[in-house]
Design a protein around this ligand. Structure first.
Ligand code: NDP
Length: 282
């Protein structure tokens, strides 16, 4: 069994991004700018936002943070998004989810300029991804493809089974694996006999948010197991995969923490550089 080390792979991506930022700065005098918008005081979101700011600084980006109170109205947030869309120093806009209930998240995501949509959630970018075209792709599934490539894991012709069909992970993961010529099955809460489906996977991606859901009897020997889940159990972070038992069978497996998690933020940085390059025709 080989452990897929997300910290190591994300480190190489961050080095690549930082080098590109330096190169851009010396060529054009400009660096990519990422704006992060946080509404309310969800503690997990606040930690994410702090980490994003720290990494932006490490990468040499310009970083803009907008902390809005929990009772912010939808029109106020739309006005801020509009301002960021027009700000030439901002190449990427990330509105941290979840948003308070008085705000329609989809309306906000659709208001972001697709060229600055570094989360890849705007319908235009979702459409490009579904069409198999180059676009800004959601960070978590994009990071998983980077990990598979880093470890030279073949995707073409393999049966990839994805557990979970969210717009953030499951669905974009399916499109990316399909683009790489995998045969893809998506499972969800209404799937009949999920265990048999999972057991037929060469590449199994678990993204459902249920601690230890994937047990050894759901995994075929030699499978590649990617655990996207982040669950807090007794103060500890655990994934969707029962790691110890499944690791005995898997050819490759990602740990939690230290697997997919670090990739997500590295891909956000990569997407911001890509957005900057496209906006400035570089
Ligand atoms: P969602 O809650 O949006 O989606 C969960 C999906 O899992 C749904 O499609 C749901 O099915 C399916 N599901 C839930 N329970 C079952 C079950 N018992 N059997 C089969 N399918 C089930 O979650 P996300 O996609 O946003 O996140 C999934 C996990 O990944 C979470 O733990 C989250 O914290 C983590 N995550 C980690 C990231 C990282 O950077 N590592 C980034 C993003 C998420 P249905 O559609 O039928 O309801």
């Amino acid at each position: 069994m080989q452990l897929i080390d997300g910290k190591k792979v994300s480190g190489t991506i961050k080095e690549r991004v930082a080098a590109r930022v330096q190169e851009l700065q010396s060529k054009t005098g400009k660096v990519p700018g990422l704006a992060v918008v946080l509404v309310g005081e969800d503690p997990a979101s606040a930690i994410y936002v702090r980490n994003k700011n720290k990494i932006c600084e490490q990468m040499g980006f310009q970083s803009f943070t907008h902390n809005l109170p929990a009772d912010t109205g939808e029109s106020q947030l739309l006005a801020l998004v509009d301002e960021l869309n027009r700000d030439p120093a901002v190449d990427g806009i990330l509105v941290q989810l979840p948003l308070p209930q008085q705000i329609n998240s989809q309306r906000i995501l659709e208001a972001i300029d697709p060229a600055k949509d570094v989360d890849g959630f705007h319908p235009v970018n979702v459409g490009h991804l579904a069409g198999g075209h180059k676009t800004l792709v959601p960070c978590t599934p994009a990071g998983i493809i980077e990990m598979l490539d880093y470890y030279k894991i073949d995707i073409e012709g393999k049966h990839a089974v994805i557990l979970g069909r969210s717009n953030i992970v499951g669905k974009p993961m399916a499109f990316l694996l399909l683009q790489r010529n995998a045969t893809v099955t998506i499972c969800h809460s209404r799937t009949r006999d999920l265990k048999t489906m999972a057991r037929s996977a060469d590449i199994l991606v678990a993204a459902i948010g249920r601690p230890g859901f994937v047990t050894a009897d759901m995994v075929q020997k030699g499978a590649v197991v990617i655990d996207v889940g982040i669950n807090r159990v007794d103060g500890k972070l655990v994934g969707d995969v029962a790691f110890d038992a499944v690791a005995k069978l898997a050819a490759y497996i990602t740990p939690v923490p230290g697997g997919v998690g670090p990739m997500t933020i590295a891909m956000l940085m990569q997407n911001t550089v890509t957005a900057h390059e496209r906006i400035h025709n570089l």
